[in-house]
Design a protein around this ligand. Structure first.
Ligand code: TNX
Length: 726
C-alpha cells in the first residue's frame, strides 16, 4: 500500500476516487475486491447489513447474503466497537482483495462507511445497472469522520406540497451524501400540513387552498383545490425511516408570522386590528395575536402533540418575518404592551418567544428559531439559532451564547437562481454551485476560536414558492448544490478545493446522481459570436451540446455541436447542454447578441393606485431589472395602458409581467390590446406564462398597448415590467 505522503497533490486528485463528500484521509492500495454471489456481510448491526445487502442485491443481482464469519475471506465486515476511539460518526474502511472491513464506534459510523463503499463501486450500484458492470471495489484504507455534527437540508412543504413517496426518496438522497438533519418546514401561510388531533380543522381546512377554501389560491395553484397534509401515523413512519439512515427530523411550526393557515382556520387567533399590514411574502392576517392569552393554551396543545411525535430534541418555531405593525393596532397587543411597559413591538415578539420557549422546555425539548427570535430581548441560552439573514448573524448568535446552524440566504438558499436567466428567486443572491462551496462556516463568519463549538453546521434550504411544476424542479434546485454543501459540512476545510470538487462531480458524481434517480441541473454551454462564428464552450468534458437554427428550443434530436458555426444570423441559434438526452440545461443564445430595444417615451394610465417601494415609474424607465408592484391584487376589469408620446414603428412588442425573470405575481388571466390610431383597440393574445406578444401589421405604427385583466390574479399584488419593443 502506498503512503499518501508519497503521492503528490495532483496524483492524490487523480486517485481521489471521486468521493463526495471527500473523506478526511484516503490511502490507495493495489488491486480490487471482487463482489460475487459468495460474498457475505458479517455485521454487528442488522439494519446496516440489510441496508447494504438491499442496495447491492438490487443492482448487482448477486444475492449477497448476511452471515458468515469475519475471519473468512470474501466478506464485508461491519464491526462496531463502542470502546474504540473512532469519533461517533466516523469510520475506518479497509478494502483488500480478500476482505472489506469497517470499524466504527457506533452504527452511525458504520452507516457512513457503507455510503463510502457504495461510492467506490460503479455509479449504477444505486440503480439502473446496464449489466456490463464489473462489481469491484478498489483497495483503499479510509479514515473518516465529519467536521460538523449538523449537516442538513430544509424542505418547505407548505407553499408546495410534496408527497410522502417523494420525501422518502429525498431522505435516501440525503443519506447518500452523509447528511443527517432534515428540517421539515411543515406549516406556513399557504398550508398547514401536520395533523394535530386536538385541532382537526387545521388540516381539514388549513391544508387546502383554492375557490371556497379558507386559504386563497397561491403560487400557481390556480382555480383548483390544492393542498394536502401528513397524518401523525405517516409522519411517524417517515421519522423511523429517517432514523435508520441517521437522519434526525426537526419539525418547524412557523409562528408568530407565516401563520395565515392557522389564522384563516381559527380567526380568533389573529389580531383585531382594522388595517391589515402585509408581510414580506405578500400575505395579510398571518400573525398570531400576542396579547390573547387563550392563544398560549392552543400553542401548548399543538406543541404537546409535536413534542410527543418527534423524537428530536429540537422544535423549530420559525419566528421570521413578522410584520409587527399588526400588533401596534391590535387592542389586545396594545393593552399587553402598556401593561408590560413595552416601547417597541419587537419586545412583544420576545414576550411571545419566551412563552413558547417555556412551553417547549416544559415538554423536555429545546427551542430553535430563525435569527429574528434574538431581536427585542433575550432567550434561554439553550435555544438554538438558525442564522439566515446575513453572514453576521452566526457571530451574533454565538456571542450571545447560543448554538447556531447556518442557513445563510446568500449561500444556502436553493430557491435562488443558479445563473441570471434560470428559474428561482434572486433577492438574496444568484447562487451558482461555486458560491455554495465557497463558504467556510466558521472562518467566513469570523467566529472566534473559543466560540467555534457553538457553530453546529449548516443546511441548504428550498423555499417552495416557485415549485408549482413537476418535482424535477425541486431536484434541479437541490442538486448538485447539495453536493457542495455536503462537502462543506463533512470535509475539513484544509482538504476542500473547488476545482478538485468540480472534477469529482463531473467525472463521476453526476453519474451517481443519475443512478440515484435525481434529475439534477446541468450547466448551459457558453456561447459567443466573434468574426462571423458562433463559438461554444462546453461546460463539462462529457457535455453534449445541441442547437437549433430557427429560434426553436433544442431537443434531443437537434444537431450536436462539433465545432465553430459560421453564420450571419447568430440570433437565430439556440443552444443547450444535454445529459444522456434525458434532461437539459436552460437554452441560451450567444452572450454578446443583445437585442437593441426601442425605448419610446411612455405614459401610464391605469385602474391601480401607486405603490411606494416599487413605483409605477419603474415600468417606463427601460431598466428591465426593476418593476412596478401594484398595491393590491388584480381583478376583472383592471387595466394598465402604456401610451407612447410618439407613434412607434416596430416589429414586435413583448409584454412581460411578473417579477423580472421570476415566476411570481404575473398576470394569470388577461389579454393585451393595442391601438394604431389611439382610439380603436385591437385584441391581441391572452397572457401565457406571464407574457403576451404583439406583432403589428407590416409598417403600421403603434400608439399604445393595454393589459386587460379578466379574472382575479393569483397573488395579492401584480408585478408589471417595461415593454420590450424590437
Ligand atoms: C424568506 S428565510 C423566508 C421564507 C421565504 C424565503 C424565500 C425565512 C426564514 N423566511 O418565508 O420562503 O425567504 O426565499
Amino acid at each position: 500500500m502506498l503512503s499518501p505522503a508519497l503521492l503528490s497533490a495532483r496524483e492524490q486528485t487523480r486517485h481521489s476516487l471521486d468521493l463526495i463528500p471527500k473523506p478526511q484521509k484516503v490511502e490507495i492500495g493495489e488491486g480490487v475486491f471482487k463482489l460475487n454471489s459468495a460474498t457475505a456481510i458479517v455485521s454487528d448491526d442488522s439494519f446496516n447489513a440489510k441496508y447494504l445487502a438491499g442496495i447491492l442485491n438490487g443492482s448487482t443481482g448477486l444475492g449477497i447474503r448476511e452471515g458468515g464469519n469475519k475471519e473468512e475471506s470474501n466478506t464485508i465486515t461491519l464491526s462496531i466497537n463502542p470502546e474504540s476511539d473512532i469519533p461517533q460518526e466516523g469510520y475506518l474502511l479497509s478494502v483488500t482483495p480478500e476482505k472489506i472491513v469497517v470499524e466504527s464506534s457506533t452504527s452511525k459510523g458504520s452507516f457512513y462507511a457503507i455510503q463510502t463503499l457504495l461510492q467506490l463501486l460503479p455509479p449504477s450500484v444505486y440503480g439502473n445497472p446496464t449489466g456490463d458492470e464489473k462489481w469491484e471495489v478498489p483497495c483503499v484504507r479510509i479514515e473518516d469522520s465529519p467536521r460538523f455534527p449538523h449537516r442538513g437540508l430544509m424542505m418547505d412543504v407548505s407553499r408546495t406540497f410534496f408527497s410522502l413517496d417523494y420525501i422518502y426518496r429525498f431522505l435516501d438522497w440525503m443519506a447518500y451524501h452523509k447528511l443527517n438533519v432534515f428540517q421539515w418546514h411543515i406549516t406556513d401561510d399557504n398550508g398547514w400540513r401536520i395533523e394535530i388531533k386536538k385541532y382537526p380543522e387545521l388540516t381539514e381546512k388549513g391544508a387546502w387552498r383554492g375557490p371556497g377554501e379558507v386559504l386563497p389560491s397561491a403560487y400557481g395553484s390556480g382555480n383548483k383545490r390544492y393542498g394536502g397534509f401528513y397524518t401523525q401515523k405517516e409522519i411517524k413512519e417517515v421519522i423511523e425511516y429517517a432514523a435508520k439512515r441517521n437522519i434526525e427530523i426537526i419539525p418547524e411550526i412557523d409562528m408568530p408570522g407565516h401563520s395565515k393557515a392557522v389564522i384563516s382556520t381559527y380567526p380568533q387567533t389573529g389580531c383585531d386590528n382594522k388595517t391589515h399590514f402585509i408581510s414580506i411574502n405578500g400575505e395579510v392576517k398571518n400573525v398570531w395575536c400576542v396579547g390573547n392569552e387563550e392563544n398560549y393554551k392552543m400553542l401548548d396543545n399543538i406543541i404537546k402533540e409535536v413534542a410527543a411525535l418527534f423524537p428530536s430534541k429540537i422544535i423549530h418555531v420559525g419566528g421570521d418575518e413578522v410584520n409587527m405593525d399588526n400588533w401596534k393596532e391590535c387592542s389586545k397587543c396594545r393593552a399587553l404592551m402598556k401593561k408590560m411597559k413595552m416601547e417597541n413591538p419587537a419586545e412583544l415578539q420576545n414576550y411571545f418567544m419566551q412563552k413558547v420557549e417555556a412551553i417547549i422546555n416544559k415538554y423536555g425539548k429545546t427551542m430553535a428559531g430563525w435569527d429574528e427570535i434574538l431581536d427585542g430581548g433575550t432567550l434561554d441560552p439553550s435555544t438554538r439559532i438558525y442564522s439566515w439573514r446575513s453572514v453576521r448573524k452566526p457571530l451574533e448568535a454565538v456571542e450571545r451564547g447560543h448554538q447556531t446552524v447556518l442557513q445563510l440566504s446568500e449561500y444556502y438558499y436553493f430557491d435562488m437562481k443558479q445563473s441570471p436567466a434560470e428559474r428561482g428567486h434572486n433577492w438574496a443572491a444568484i447562487i451558482p454551485i461555486e458560491r455554495v462551496y465557497s463558504l467556510d462556516p466558521v472562518e467566513s463568519c469570523n467566529i472566534p476560536e473559543n466560540r467555534k463549538e457553538l457553530v453546529l453546521g449548516a443546511q441548504g434550504a428550498l423555499w417552495a414558492e416557485l415549485l408549482n411544476k413537476p418535482s424535477r424542479f425541486s431536484e434541479y434546485q437541490y442538486y448538485p448544490r447539495t453536493c457542495a454543501l455536503a462537502e462543506t459540512v463533512w470535509t475539513n476545510q484544509e482538504l476542500r478545493d473547488f476545482n478538485d470538487f468540480q472534477t469529482r462531480l463531473e467525472k463521476t458524481h453526476f453519474e451517481r446522481l443519475f443512478h440515484m434517480g435525481i434529475a439534477f441541473r446541468v450547466e448551459a454551454p457558453g456561447v459567443i459570436y466573434k468574426g462571423n462564428r458562433l463559438v461554444v464552450t462546453l461546460p463539462y468534458d462529457w457535455a453534449v451540446v445541441r442547437y437549433t437554427t430557427d429560434g426553436s428550443e433544442p431537443s434531443c434530436t437537434s444537431n450536436i455541436y462539433t465545432g465553430d458555426i459560421v453564420t450571419f444570423e447568430p440570433e437565430k441559434f439556440r443552444f443547450a447542454t444535454f445529459y444522456k438526452d434525458l434532461f437539459k440545461s436552460i437554452t441560451v443564445t450567444a452572450d454578446n447578441i443583445v437585442p437593441d430595444y426601442i425605448k419610446p417615451e411612455t405614459v401610464i394610465e391605469t385602474s391601480f393606485g401607486e405603490q411606494r417601494s416599487f413605483p409605477k415609474s419603474n415600468i417606463t424607465d427601460y431598466n428591465f431589472n426593476t418593476y412596478w408592484r401594484t398595491e393590491r391584487t388584480g381583478v376583472e376589469g383592471d387595466y394598465v395602458t402604456y401610451l407612447f408620446k410618439e407613434p412607434v414603428k416596430c416589429s414586435r412588442i413583448t409584454v412581460n409581467t411578473s417579477i423580472p425573470d421570476i415566476d411570481l405575481y404575473g398576470v394569470t388571466d388577461g389579454y393585451v390590446e393595442y391601438t394604431y390610431n389611439g382610439t380603436d383597440w385591437i385584441r391581441g393574445d391572452d397572457f401565457a406564462d406571464n407574457s403576451a406578444v404583439i406583432v403589428p401589421q407590416d409598417g403600421k405604427e403603434i400608439k399604445g398597448v393595454k393589459i386587460v385583466f379578466t379574472d382575479t390574479t393569483d397573488a395579492l399584488c401584480v408585478a408589471l415590467q417595461d415593454l420590450k419593443i424590437e
